[in-house]
Design a protein around this ligand. Structure first.
Ligand SMILES: [Cu+2]
Length: 366
């Protein structure tokens, strides 16, 4: 018996939706639920402090939010309404997607003589990052991040990569100790995959852990526009990693569509949901061009691996800095009920005068 949850994302989502309904007084529908959730999500002290000195001095809506500039003469209430709207949209997104397309879904495979065989097609596609913000992306199989490849340490894989792009490309298996010919470096280890061509990679996965795959040709454009994905290698011995109930990805990018988590910007970013007491594994990966310190409110990271390699001594923290190319694995024990902000702490990647945006999510503990 393994305690590692291997349900399809849709199933997990189904359970989580019920958890969410329960947390925020289920049975309410549509807008009422969103309203109730927004009201319930905030602790009592928010309403207790509603009558601030500023508001006491000026009638509601007439106080000007003109400290710090950039507010274009918005009233306090106008500014707060903008902030509330995006949070409401985020909560609505838990019920039903507010953007088209879901990135990083598991890639299906078939077995051929003991080899796991995967298919990737490199193609341009439109990608909706936030509601109405549609970007020209370069994708694996039409989604950003590309589909997640799951395999097992020591069990061979074969990956056919078809190039339907108008440029050459290649795939690098970031973090894997592959034979040199499979490393995906054009002119160093292989010819580039020209438009219309298919290249087949074969290797035996290892080391285990959280890894990535991405283009290594014209990479500044190709990777940042979407040619990236997670490559998750399960250890042969499950005891080599700590036990967990849920397995979550937190993939950072900072070019296409701005600051994103799993291909989406707030309020379209995924919410992370858990029941009290569950152990949630987060796999942080940075496929962008900047460093991002990811901070979780109210809960604690137990960081246990870097770049897939188990740490000699796990450590506790609440902010984990993820540099380009790095992967960090952490367990969060969902031991503090509530809706906890979970965001990049370079504040210009997360919050503006118009409200939260970009690298922001929420971890909801029932
Ligand atoms: Cu950041």
């Amino acid at each position: 018996m393994s305690n590692i949850e291997t349900q399809a994302p849709e199933d997990v989502r189904g359970i989580d939706r019920r958890v969410f309904m329960g947390l925020f007084g289920g049975g309410l529908g549509g807008a009422a639920l969103v309203g109730a959730a927004a009201a319930t999500a905030w602790p009592a002290e928010v309403s207790a402090s509603a009558a601030t000195p500023t508001e006491a001095a000026a009638p509601s809506g007439e106080a000007r939010a003109d400290h710090g500039g950039g507010h274009e003469g918005l009233s306090v209430d106008e500014m707060d309404d903008m902030h509330k709207q995006v949070v409401d949209q985020f909560l609505e997104n838990i019920e039903r997607p507010i953007t088209r397309g879901v990135g990083a879904t598991d890639l299906e495979y078939r077995m051929e003589d003991g080899v796991r065989v995967f298919e990737l097609t490199v193609m341009r596609a439109e990608w909706e990052v936030t509601p109405g913000q549609v970007e020209e992306a370069i994708t694996y199989n039409g989604i950003v991040p590309g589909p997640t490849i799951r395999c097992v340490e020591g069990e061979p894989v074969r990956i056919h990569v078809k190039n339907d792009l108008d440029q050459s490309t290649s795939v690098h298996w970031h973090g894997q100790r592959v034979p040199n010919s499979q490393d995906g470096m054009p002119f160093l280890t292989q010819p580039p995959i020209k438009p219309g061509e298919t290249f087949t990679y074969e290797f035996v996965p290892g080391p285990f852990g959280s890894h990535m795959y991405h283009s290594h040709h014209n990479a500044t454009e190709q990777v940042t526009k979407g040619l990236l994905g997670a490559l998750l290698v399960e250890p042969r011995d499950r005891g080599a990693e700590p036990a967990y109930d849920k397995d979550e990805l937190y993939i950072l990018n900072d070019v296409i569509g701005g600051f994103t988590v799993n291909g989406k910007g707030f309020p379209a970013t995924p919410a992370y949901l858990a029941r009290e007491g569950e152990r949630v594994r987060f796999r942080f990966m940075n496929e962008g061009l900047m460093v991002h310190p990811i901070h979780l409110h109210g809960l604690t990271f137990e960081v246990f691996a870097r770049d897939g390699y188990p740490l000699p001594q796990p450590f506790l923290c609440d902010t984990i800095t993820v540099a380009p190319g790095e992967r960090w694995d952490a367990i969060v024990v969902a031991d503090n009920p509530g809706a906890w902000a979970f965001h990049c702490h370079i504040l210009s990647h997360a919050e503006s005068a118009q409200g939260m945006f970009g690298m922001v999510s929420v971890f909801i503990v029932e």
